[in-house]
Design a protein around this ligand. Structure first.
Ligand SMILES: [Zn+2]
Length: 236
């Protein structure tokens, strides 16, 4: 019997001995819950489109004319359940959590009717040395969740990050802009992946919008019809 089949047949026994628990709070999960319990999801605050943080980011992102619209599903609160989920997704290899987060993001977009049926999903890329170190791009797994909800195709390799940029957490807005300026590109042979297409650019967390704007500029230059930016979380 193949190993996968053996594991599948053993699953009920394994789950009885090691019942699945919430990755945030360790509570036992109910049969319909995946990775995160209902109480932890409830503690995560959705971003309201009329609140100052959203309005300011919308203005900042659309000011240069490269980003046509913007949506973030949740507020990134320090020490909150969402921070814990994103940490596990980025640094502990929990890629399936990215898919769950992507599904929530997709549901939020659907509710707002912010989905163009002709759009392609493009994750904000990591530099190849970062992909090698981490083993994956977390935003690609968020895209997989978005794909599950919307059916839109993912274009993983169109947009590239060709300059390695250090962590931006210690930089202010102006320095972040300089840090990512010219860091992204699309090879001419891949312009057809975005030409005349609406693009949904997908990130885990948007903080200042500098990365988003830099990516959107490159996508527009390659002929994208428009760029709608979205993220699981919006940081203060
Ligand atoms: Zn929990």
């Amino acid at each position: 019997m193949p190993a996968l089949q053996i594991l599948t047949s053993l699953r009920p026994i394994l789950e009885f001995v090691f019942p699945p628990v919430c990755v945030v709070c360790d509570a036992l999960l109910l049969p319909r819950e995946h990775k995160v319990c209902g109480a932890c999801w409830k503690s995560v605050r959705p971003v309201r489109p009329d609140e100052d943080l959203f309005v300011q980011m919308h203005q900042r992102l659309t000011a240069d004319g490269y980003v046509s619209g913007f949506f973030s599903a949740f507020l990134f609160e320090k020490q909150g359940a969402l921070q814990s989920m994103i940490h596990r997704l980025k640094y502990e290899g929990m890629t399936s959590l990215g898919v769950e987060l992507g599904k929530k993001l997709g549901e939020g977009l659907k509710e707002r009717n912010d989905i163009d049926s002709k759009a392609v999903l493009i994750p904000v890329p990591l530099h190849r040395s970062k992909v090698r170190e981490r083993g994956y791009n977390q935003s690609f797994h968020i895209c997989k969740g978005l794909h599950a909800v919307t059916g839109l195709p993912i274009r993983l390799h169109a947009l590239r990050r060709h300059r390695y940029t250090e962590s931006q957490t210690h930089l202010n807005i102006e320095d972040r802009k300089k840090n990512v300026d010219g860091a992204f590109s699309i090879p001419p042979s891949l312009h057809s992946a975005v030409r005349n297409k609406p693009v949904i650019l997908v990130d885990d967390v948007i903080t200042t919008g500098a990365t988003t704007n830099s990516c959107a500029q490159v996508l527009c230059a390659a002929g994208a019809e428009k760029v709608f930016a979205c993220s699981v979380a919006l940081a203060e």
